[in-house]
Design a protein around this ligand. Structure first.
Ligand SMILES: Nc1nc2c(c(=O)[nH]1)N[C@H]1C(S)=C(S)[C@@H](COP(=O)(O)OP(=O)(O)OC[C@H]3O[C@@H](n4cnc5c(=O)[nH]c(N)nc54)[C@H](O)[C@@H]3O)O[C@H]1N2
Ligand SMILES: Nc1nc2c(c(=O)[nH]1)N[C@H]1C(S)=C(S)[C@@H](COP(=O)(O)OP(=O)(O)OC[C@H]3O[C@@H](n4cnc5c(=O)[nH]c(N)nc54)[C@H](O)[C@@H]3O)O[C@H]1N2
Ligand code: SF4
Ligand SMILES: [Mo]
Length: 743
């Protein structure tokens, strides 16, 4: 038996795992890694699912090509050549923008996809770029980008030191934390109360987190921006604005005061469903706390006013002096971060616009809510082919019924995925990468969002069959194939990726600090990286150039990949430290408290106060043993009672004549589903809840276990026309629905 240490790749928490392998390389045990300095042995039940995932007979191991309604196995060479050739052919006939690409959530957890996905995107040269971001955290990236000048300059609650955590629209006890990487988040939340602090949950559902909080307030879906602006108004009115570390580094304070003046607590209370006195008290207590962090997640981003709510969260932190101080909302100093030294020039959106609706590009991407428009609307630049990488948009994107129709009508679909599921069942070619334990791990994305600075690199736990390419090799082979360089050796393409990254990173670093590398050139840096190839070489580069790195010998004791390999449980780089100056990427080095693009959305919010709210609105929820759409095929995780139920408040159930265990027909502007009813006062009156990621009843997918727990696809109901206007992000929460008994 051998024991291997790695990081669980299934959610954002980055828990250390210890995997025992028997002699035949089968998994004999998975445990929490007690010596991981961040997670200290904690894992959640999903980690055990890694064994089931590894052994799942439905997981694809060979590439597939469509033959009529079915698939046939083909060799890797054939599959890659055909996929690249057909993509290139669509491009030749219809232009680069005729090929769209969608990167799904697991690509943010895959080192391979993080480092080599961009090569494929660049090779395609298309403006039709989409990802799960615009169904998730994009509003936060937009507000952070506009305020702090960089997309991922997102302040993270200093969970282990704060005395007060105000959580809006997040359920970390179940999700294990998001935009707040923290293993064993439940214990960390409990610790806040144990040390005399408070956790306040603001949520239309008494979630598992709200259940454990010191206080819970129901809030009407979509009204967080109103609630937060009222808190801000109360801070000004009560003379409680103290900028702390941000003093002298903000512009727009007077504009914020003026914007908030329109939303006193008394004006918004009814709409939010929270008493004015409570809003004023929460503002006062946030300001008076020894330290405090306001934190918003899916409930605040995937809604009609996602950018405003995301912005207001950080404004509350700044105005109460909690930005960049211990116990407040802080920035990370990750060991490896591509683009960290890029010149300070702020963010720019709308460098191009979507063809049909004219939605602005954000960070190089278009909102997934408009993907169906771009496929279905004829004309120059119409999308004819779709590449999905680790994505299941037919379950995860809004108005899924329409998107399914659109995708079915495409000329070509290529999927890099491990299952035949609701999206890939339509594919022409499926290229299955090895499983997550068969690749190296380093959490490039998540360490940027962690409550402590951490670094850990893990070699693959499981050996990979010699004839199976790694995920980075699949992506790179496609990239060179679509550029007509299919015959060139993969190693040459990898060298090119490395050379470009070295040139960019070294150039940026030296521009910012000319002495950083003592005159070493990019060519010398590339040579110093030695014989490593693939992701390992790139991680070595990023770590060595980073704030904890050895700068190629210039910082004795600094990190490089060898140092990380020598510490398989991970390296604790300490609690978050104030680093506002280093982080700010705005041109003038100031925080923009009232960015014009955000202020411009405030009238839309004000207008919402004059509109009568829908009688019943739909929100989402997550379950501890599930992960979006793709872990329902693992028996240990999915077994047990039906989870895809419609939560309905008893008052609504009585009014609508629904009974617990009965069925309800839920109808929105765009679709209809019939789901089992669960009557509960967990949700507030006028709010119903369905989880996303279900709807595994497509006859031509190959998910034997999930099909027996099919559930319904909630995104048949979510409206692709309902977006957060500044970001274009999908508004999954607060969907107007009507409900009738369906027994
Ligand atoms: N109504 C509603 N809709 C939502 C949400 C909501 O709260 N409510 N949440 C949204 C959010 S936050 C997100 S992040 C999105 C997620 O949306 P997506 O990213 O589109 O979907 P996932 O369900 O994460 O599907 C992941 C896909 O990746 C495949 N996969 C798993 N591991 C790997 C791997 O290592 N490599 C490759 N190549 N493929 C892999 C799986 O088989 C699956 O097809 O959904 C969004 N949709
Ligand atoms: N077990 C598990 N863990 C996961 C996932 C999973 O599917 N399962 N998915 C992962 C992903 S991709 C993500 S992005 C994260 C998400 O992490 P979280 O955001 O923590 O997870 P959710 O459960 O979606 O929590 C959203 C909360 O917002 C509430 N809500 C809905 N609408 C509103 C609103 O308008 N205002 C307010 N204030 N609250 C509202 C909901 O009731 C819910 O409690 O979780 C990650 N972790
Ligand atoms: S909390 Fe997330 S990272 Fe930790 S074991 Fe569970 S799924 Fe894995
Ligand atoms: Mo997500």
């Amino acid at each position: 038996m051998t024991r291997h240490f790695a990081t669980c790749p299934l959610c954002e928490a980055t828990c250390g795992i210890a995997v025992d392998l028997a002699e035949d390389a089968s998994i004999s045990g998975i445990r929490g890694d007690d010596l991981d300095p961040f997670s200290g042995g904690y894992i959640c039940p999903k980690a055990y699912g890694l064994k089931a995932l590894t052994e799942d007979p439905d997981r694809l191991r060979r590439p597939l090509r469509r033959v009529g309604r079915d698939f046939a196995e083909v060799s890797w060479d054939e599959a890659l050549t055909e996929a690249a050739g057909r993509l290139a052919s669509v491009r030749e006939r219809h232009g680069a923008d005729a090929v769209a690409i969608y990167l799904g959530n697991p690509s943010a957890h895959s080192l391979d996809a993080m480092l080599y996905g961009p090569a494929l995107v660049r090779a395609l040269g298309t403006r039709q770029r989409y990802s799960a971001s615009s169904a998730d955290q994009l509003p936060k990236m937009v507000s952070a980008g506009l305020m702090f000048g960089r997309a991922l300059a997102i302040p993270i609650p200093d969970l282990d030191r704060t005395q007060r955590l105000l959580i809006l629209g997040g359920n970390p006890v179940v999700s294990n934390g998001s935009l707040m990487t923290a293993p064993d988040v439940k214990r960390r939340l409990d610790d806040i109360q144990r040390r005399g602090g408070a956790v306040i949950a603001v949520d239309p559902r008494r979630s598992e987190t709200a259940e454990r909080a010191s206080e819970h307030h129901f809030i009407r879906p979509g009204t967080d921006a109103l609630f937060l602006l009222a808190m801000i108004e109360a801070l000004f009115a009560g003379d409680r604005v103290r900028l702390g570390a941000a003093a002298g580094r903000v512009r727009g304070l007077d504009q914020v005061r003026a914007l908030a003046a329109g939303f006193p607590a008394e004006r918004v209370a009814d709409r939010c469903g929270i008493a004015a006195a409570t809003i004023r008290r929460l503002a006062r207590e946030h300001a008076d706390a020894e330290s405090a962090a306001c934190y918003g997640r899916i409930g605040t981003t995937c809604q009609e006013f996602g950018t405003l709510a995301s912005w207001a969260v950080d404004v509350v932190n700044i105005l109460t002096g909690n930005l960049d101080r211990a116990g407040g909302a802080m920035f990370t100093s990750p060991a490896a971060l591509p683009g960290r030294n890029r010149r300070r020039s702020g963010v720019r959106f709308g460098r191009f616009h979507s063809r049909v609706l004219g939605l602005p590009e954000m960070f190089g991407e278009l909102p997934v809510a408009t993907l169906a428009d771009e496929i279905l609307t004829p004309g120059d630049g119409q999308v004819r082919a779709l590449v999905t990488v680790a994505g299941n948009p037919l379950l995860s994107a809004p108005n899924a019924g329409r998107l399914a129709e659109a995708v079915a009508g495409l000329e070509l679909r290529v999927a890099v995925d491990i299952y035949i599921n609701e999206t890939t069942r339509l594919a022409d070619i499926i290229l299955p990468p090895p499983g997550p334990l068969e690749r190296a791990g380093y959490d490039l994305a998540l360490y940027q969002l962690a409550v402590r600075n951490m670094a850990k690199f893990s070699p693959p736990v499981l050996p990979r069959d010699a004839d199976r390419p790694a995920e980075w090799e699949i992506l790179l082979a496609l990239a060179k194939g679509v550029q007509g360089m299919g015959a060139a050796p993969l190693a040459a393409a990898d060298d090119l990726v490395a050379r470009e990254l070295v040139a960019r990173e070294v150039g940026d670093l030296v521009e910012r600090d000319p002495d950083a590398l003592g005159g070493m050139s990019a060519t010398e840096v590339l040579a110093a990286l030695g014989d490593r190839r693939g992701p390992a070489r790139l991680v070595d580069l990023l770590v060595r150039l980073g704030p904890h790195g050895d700068r190629f010998g210039r910082v004795p004791g600094g990190l490089d990949l060898d140092a990380l390999l020598a510490r398989p449980h991970g390296v604790d780089l300490g609690p978050l430290v104030p680093c506002l100056d280093d982080k700010l990427g705005t041109g003038d080095g100031q925080i923009d408290l009232a960015p014009a693009a955000i202020a411009a959305d405030v009238p839309r919010l004000a207008a919402s106060l004059d509109r009568p709210p829908p009688e019943v609105v739909l929100i989402g929820r997550r379950h501890l043993r599930s992960n979006n759409s793709w872990m329902h095929n693992l028996t240990p995780l999915i077994k047990g009672p039906d989870r895809c139920t419609l939560l309905v408040h008893p008052n609504d159930a009585a009014r609508l004549r629904l009974r617990d265990g009965g069925r309800a027909r839920v109808t929105s502007r765009v679709g209809e589903v019939v789901a089992p009813v669960e009557v509960t006062d967990e949700v507030m009156p006028g709010v119903v809840s369905l989880p996303h990621g279900f709807g595994h009843d497509q006859p031509d997918s190959r998910l034997g276990v999930a099909a027996r727990h099919a559930g319904v696809n909630v995104n048949v109901l979510s409206d692709d026309a309902a977006i957060d206007v500044p970001s274009g992000n999908a508004a999954f929460n607060g969907v107007a629905v009507t409900i009738a008994a369906a027994d």
